[in-house]
Ligand binder design. Structure first.
Ligand code: SF4
Ligand code: SF4
Ligand code: SF4
Length: 308
């Protein structure tokens, strides 16, 4: 039903899209197999997420330099996540991205922010580069936690109010784009300076408004992460969380805080197997399998069709 070929293969060799679909399906099956078998998925998840971001921005570069067919429609927009909310408010149309974002929250909960976002992977990579020790990361997590709601709430209000204000004032689109680019650059600065120092994804946990929206909308999905009864309160899982979502107080309560993205990194840190996904009516192992299949399937689809 699409008015233009969505798959790259169809654009270069009409009719060959089915082969691309088969290739993506094979890749998804291979990646899911690796994740299911791995006891600790943190590094692998980050690599898969970075691969998506690389393909996404690689296609943008190829589209600008080499061949327009690497672009989705040729109508460019800024890949700043805050614009998922602010862009349609400024333009008064173009609701595809908010609908896609909300649909992903229905299917995967808040895991847009650990599997599907084209920018969040950079924050994950910056945090992973930090030299901070695990206790230092935990201390940073406790400091950052205070900003996960009101910090991102403030940028959400600011971005939406700015979009509506610029629209009401009749500001030309190009000037609004420059303001949005400044917002995006501020975010990159936070990743490179603060996340790299703290070992926590400071940008995603405190600055990006869509992170808060994902956390709240994600509650519509029944998938949850929970600590089991036999938890020894050793705290090893808390030192693994880069979203400031698992502090000693959360361990006491048996559940992570609001900023949890269901990334699953903490599962591999628990030597007792006390942490797991929960879905009503399913065992933790089955819930994990359902989550991984859904996450990797969407990741593979996004690899094939997400571009600017
Ligand atoms: S918080 Fe923002 S930048 Fe980070 S993963 Fe979520 S949408 Fe992307
Ligand atoms: S609590 Fe676990 S699953 Fe949730 S964000 Fe932190 S590491 Fe990821
Ligand atoms: S690592 Fe396991 S046992 Fe230790 S606090 Fe976390 S869930 Fe409990």
């Amino acid at each position: 039903m699409s008015p233009l070929p969505v798959l790259l293969a169809d654009r270069f060799v009409p009719g060959s899209g089915v082969l691309e679909i088969l290739g993506l399906a094979w890749y998804a099956s291979w990646a899911c197999g690796l994740l299911v078998a791995a006891r600790d998925t943190a590094r692998l998840r980050l690599r898969l997420w970075l691969l998506f971001s690389l393909v996404f921005f690689g296609q943008l570069a190829l589209g600008l330099i080499l061949d327009e067919r690497f672009l989705m429609t040729g109508r460019l927009h800024l890949p700043v996540p805050a614009l998922i909310a602010a862009g349609p408010l400024f333009r008064g149309d173009g609701f595809f991205m908010p609908i896609l974002f909300a649909a992903s929250a229905l299917v995967l909960g808040p895991a847009w922010c650990s599997w599907l976002c084209y920018v969040g992977a950079w924050d994950g990579a910056c945090a992973a580069k930090a030299r901070a020790t695990a206790p230092e990361r935990l201390a940073a997590s406790a400091r950052i936690r205070r900003f996960t709601v009101w910090g991102r709430g403030a940028t959400l209000v600011l971005a939406c109010a700015a979009a509506l204000g610029l629209r009401a004032a009749g500001v030309p689109g190009i000037q609004a784009v420059w303001l949005a680019a400044l917002f995006g650059l501020a975010g990159v600065g936070i990743m490179v300076i603060l996340s790299r120092r703290a070992g926590i994804m400071v940008h995603c946990a405190t600055f990006c408004p869509m992170g808060l929206v994902a956390n709240v909308l994600g509650r519509l999905n029944p998938l949850r992460l929970r600590l089991g009864q036999d938890c020894t309160r050793c705290g090893a899982c808390a030192m693994r969380c880069r979203y400031a979502a698992l502090l000693p107080g959360d361990i006491e309560q048996g559940r992570p805080g609001l900023s949890c993205t269901l990334c699953g990194d903490c599962l591999g840190a628990c030597g007792h197997g006390c942490l797991g996904y929960r879905l009503p009516g399913l065992s933790p192992a089955a819930a994990r399998m359902v989550f991984l299949v859904l996450a990797v399937s969407l990741h593979a689809v996004f690899l094939g069709v997400a571009r600017i």
